[in-house]
Design a protein around this ligand. Structure first.
Ligand SMILES: [Zn+2]
Length: 275
């Protein structure tokens, strides 16, 4: 029985109801079909047994060998009880993407860790983050100090956080729609803090149309995602069909503290607007 199932003390009451995490069978089979592509780069994946065979011969797991990638990254759960990360989303990924993401994903943990305000559970994360930040060569340049020389904050480069956000978004997309988001979409990461009218409209739309879903634990990672299509009078509405969709909107919240907004639009639509 999955989370969200309608159940009684004796067991599941309503046949045919499905949980938040466990999906109807028709979705499962669709997901299996799409398992032979990397969720992130789309490369055809080498099956596990073949990849292991190649590793045996070459002493190296092949770049296109299948791996299971977790969304979000493990390091966001550092210091939390193990139960927090059990029910995480996993997506098929090539070995190359998996490896490359693991090189940059600590940056996001560091951002969350150092902005910890007295959260006991976050202690482990904070310790690691502080150590990581201070151990990198340019750490002094990144520290923001006040007039008395006391450290007030750390500067984070938005570009280094970007790969983590994109990866998590692509993972969520795969989980929700059972297929990878293709290159026919251009993805924009927006800042929810910037209070322009546009960001507010997107957030409003998402909140009206979707509920929060979680991966691992809602205190660590939650999201809302929706496909959009144009309706009469040029207004945008929610759709469940990828073929109809002209865009995707998504809110991602890390540690209930940091939030990003993602907008992905069909490239052909962008082109039309420009010309
Ligand atoms: Zn890949």
């Amino acid at each position: 029985m999955g989370k969200g199932d309608i159940k009684t003390r004796k067991g599941k009451l309503f046949r045919g109801t499905y949980g938040v995490r466990r999906r109807p069978k028709r979705y499962k089979s669709a997901k299996a079909e799409n398992k032979n592509e990397c969720t992130y780069c789309g490369v055809k994946l080498l099956k596990k047994n073949k990849a292991l065979q190649e590793e045996k011969n070459t002493k190296r797991y092949p770049d296109n060998g299948i791996t299971k990638d977790h969304v979000p990254q493990k390091c966001l759960f550092e210091g939390y009880p193990p139960g927090y990360k059990v029910n995480r989303i996993t997506v098929p990924s090539c070995h190359k993407c998996n490896r490359e993401f693991s090189e940059v994903e600590n940056e996001l943990r560091d951002l969350i860790g150092i902005s910890n305000d007295k959260d006991e559970l976050q202690k482990g994360l904070t310790t690691k983050s502080v150590r990581a930040i201070l151990s990198i060569p340019n750490s002094q340049e990144r520290l923001v100090k006040d007039s008395k020389g006391k450290v007030r904050g750390v500067v984070f480069d938005k570009d280094t956080l970007l790969p983590s956000h994109l990866k998590n978004f692509k993972g969520i997309f795969y989980e929700e729609f059972m297929t990878r988001i293709t290159e026919s979409f251009k993805i924009f990461v927006l800042d929810t803090k910037s209070k322009s009218n546009f960001e507010e409209l997107v957030v409003d739309f998402i909140d009206k149309n979707c509920n929060w879903h979680e991966s691992g634990h809602r205190d660590i990672f939650q999201y809302k995602i929706s496909l959009i299509k144009p309706a009469a009078k040029g207004e945008l509405v929610k759709t469940d069909s990828i073929n109809e969709a002209v865009g995707v909107v998504c809110r991602i919240q890390y540690h209930k503290k940091f939030e990003i907004l993602i907008l992905a639009t069909r490239k052909r639509i962008l082109k039309k607007r420009i010309h």
